[in-house]
Design a protein around this ligand. Sequence first.
Ligand code: NAD
Length: 246
Amino acid sequence: MPQTAVITGAAKGIGQVLAKAFLQADFNVLMTDADDQALAGARDELAHYNRVQTQVLDVRNKNDFEQALNVAQEHFGAAQVLINNAAITPTTPVLEITPEEFSQVLDINLRGCFLGCQVFGAYFAQQNQGRIINMASLAGQMGGTASGAHYASSKAGIITLTKIFARQFAGQGVTVNAVAPGPVLVDSITEKVPPEKLAEIIDTMIPVKQMSDPRLIADMALLLASDQAATVTGATWDANGGIFMR
Ligand SMILES: NC(=O)c1ccc[n+]([C@@H]2O[C@H](COP(=O)([O-])OP(=O)(O)OC[C@H]3O[C@@H](n4cnc5c(N)ncnc54)[C@H](O)[C@@H]3O)[C@@H](O)[C@H]2O)c1
């Protein structure tokens, strides 16, 4: 019986790559996103995998997580994996961030992850089986360079939440881990940054002189989702090209 993975922010970027990787690894996948049009487009690209469903889920709403869990159970019988991937990444300079913008970023990035861990974690614990994978970031470990203070703070909070939920569910068959990527080569970056500029950034900022392929991030998530990763919990796995070592 295939397992089921629920992914937030799956309409684009790393989330879409995660969805494809989990489908290729024979999971059922419930792709969710707040952007219904982008979600429909992403689903069309993966429609030839007949184990994919979509559900609009805004991570600011606890009820949306509860509905997604219901949809996963109705379509696939159960859910075993949650990937809290959705986020926004504003780059506003620290002294220009308004209180409203700060709260908006924390609500989506950090509180959204918290709600996902709460709703799915409780369900997984009842089932005595589950994997939660939270997308953190290098910015949450070293304060960030291009990304904003609110973004970096939210990602630092995710690393701490990961430990708290890992401790909460340890002993109930549920692991909770984070992945902390540095720069990942996704379409939003290649569309925004000209190739010469990108080459300069890679050359001057990344010791290994390459950005991570999003497929690496997906493969890390797949390993964390596997049965054999039962002893890994509360961890944050880095993929940052040597920018930050600990
Ligand atoms: N791309 C990178 O270099 C990089 C580096 C480190 C960490 N990350 C993390 O990886 C994850 C994915 O990054 P990405 O570059 O693919 O981002 P992206 O901007 O390409 O995609 C994010 C997705 O989240 C969705 N989203 C935004 N607000 C939402 C909400 N309120 N509810 C539900 N969905 C919402 C968007 O619609 C979008 O589809 C994020 O958590 C990000 O912080 C990315």
